[in-house]
Design a protein around this ligand. Structure first.
Ligand code: NAI
Length: 326
């Protein structure tokens, strides 16, 4: 059996936490041969609820669960962490302006970035789920100057998975057979889900669908506003599918994609004209614990327009938190 790895999860008492922790402990994220120690962070007032979740985790008797720690202190929860999934964030409350939301989350992610910087493994892989995910990941990255910037990522995988399912439904084909899907930009309704390069059994999905109006008027709004549609239908936000996307993101980053494209929010290296450091969704492949941006894709005029919209939104958010980062 391998030595256990330490997985820190913040917002452990929340909805996504409840849909996530049991799957991590069962081995779905890092493999059925990888024991894990869960290090759970939540606010002081949520510690009783975290204890309850830990009791249930115990009662599952997961063979791979090698230990658990609960804390309200990021310096404890991130100690020696090999993976950190940052789910806990400040939700937008009634009457809250975007500026206030960025400010409240800025306070959380500067502290957590610094705690990762000071206490986590030097190879820690960080995934930010809590919204605004890209900008929160950017803040954490900037607050952790001693860790490699490439270790900080934001979750675009839910958008990617939503896009795959919409394409499968439209073409009548299986999700598993769709290759080369890309999502660009911010995890927000401005994201650009791009199936121009997608194939099924070697055939072009764009040609199969052959309907640009469906792309711009149905597909993109459906994927972009899916979170709101789920809140409308369920009365609660999309927690299980978000947790599933987090599992997929870390699984593929750690264990590889065998050449398959997935989408990750990562600090740009300047590819496709996205300014360096912007936390942007790109199509990537993963191998040996590293991601690589898929290169050489042609960006047509429609796509450049969409990419610019989502980039501008991220640049505005980045400007909105600049004063927090010194
Ligand atoms: P929730 O409200 O059920 O749970 C959030 C948990 O985080 C609570 O237990 C709360 O006490 C905790 N928390 C708040 N501030 C914290 C802090 N500073 N440190 C540690 N824990 C803290 O919310 P839910 O449904 O679990 O969603 C969590 C976040 O994930 C939200 O920001 C939501 O917008 C986001 N989200 C992101 C998605 C994505 O695709 N990137 C998809 C769906 C949700």
């Amino acid at each position: 059996m391998k030595a256990p790895v330490r997985v820190a999860v913040t917002g452990a008492a929340g909805q996504i936490g409840y849909a996530l922790l049991f799957r991590i402990a069962s081995g779905e994220m890092l493999g059925k041969d990888q024991p894990v120690i869960l290090q759970l962070l939540d606010l002081p007032q949520a510690q009783a609820a975290v204890k309850g979740v830990m009791m249930e985790l115990e009662d599952c008797a997961f063979p791979l669960l090698a230990g658990m720690v609960a804390s309200d202190d990021p310096n404890v929860a991130f100690k020696d962490a090999d993976y950190a999934i940052l789910v806990g964030a400040r939700p937008r409350s009634k009457g809250m302006e975007r500026k206030d939301l960025l400010e409240a989350n800025g306070a959380i992610f500067t502290v957590q970035g610094k705690a990762l910087n000071d206490h986590a493994s030097r190879n820690v892989k960080v995934l930010v789920v809590g919204n605004p995910a890209n900008t929160n990941a950017y803040i954490a990255m900037k607050s952790a100057p001693d860790l490699p910037a490439k270790n900080f990522t934001a979750m675009l995988r839910l958008d990617h998975n939503r896009a795959l399912s919409q394409l499968a439904a439209k073409t009548g084909k299986a999700v598993a057979d769709i290759e080369n899907m890309a999502v660009w930009g911010n995890h927000s309704p401005t994201m650009y889900a791009d199936y121009r390069f997608a194939t099924i059994g070697g055939e072009s999905v764009k040609q199969m669908i052959n309907d640009d109006v469906w792309n711009s008027d149905v597909f993109l709004p459906t994927v972009g506003k899916r979170g709101a549609a789920i809140i409308e239908a369920r009365g609660l936000s999309s927690a299980a599918s978000a947790a599933n996307a987090a599992i997929d993101h870390i699984h593929d980053w750690a264990l590889g994609t065998n050449g398959k494209w997935v989408t990750m929010g990562i600090p740009s290296d300047g590819s496709y004209g996205i300014p360096e450091g912007v936390m942007f969704g790109f199509p990537v492949t993963c191998a040996n614990g590293e991601y690589t941006i898929v290169q050489g894709l042609e960006i047509d005029e429609f796509s450049r327009g969409r990419i610019n919209v989502t980039l501008n939104e991220l640049e505005e958010e980045r400007a909105g938190v600049a004063h927090l980062l010194g």
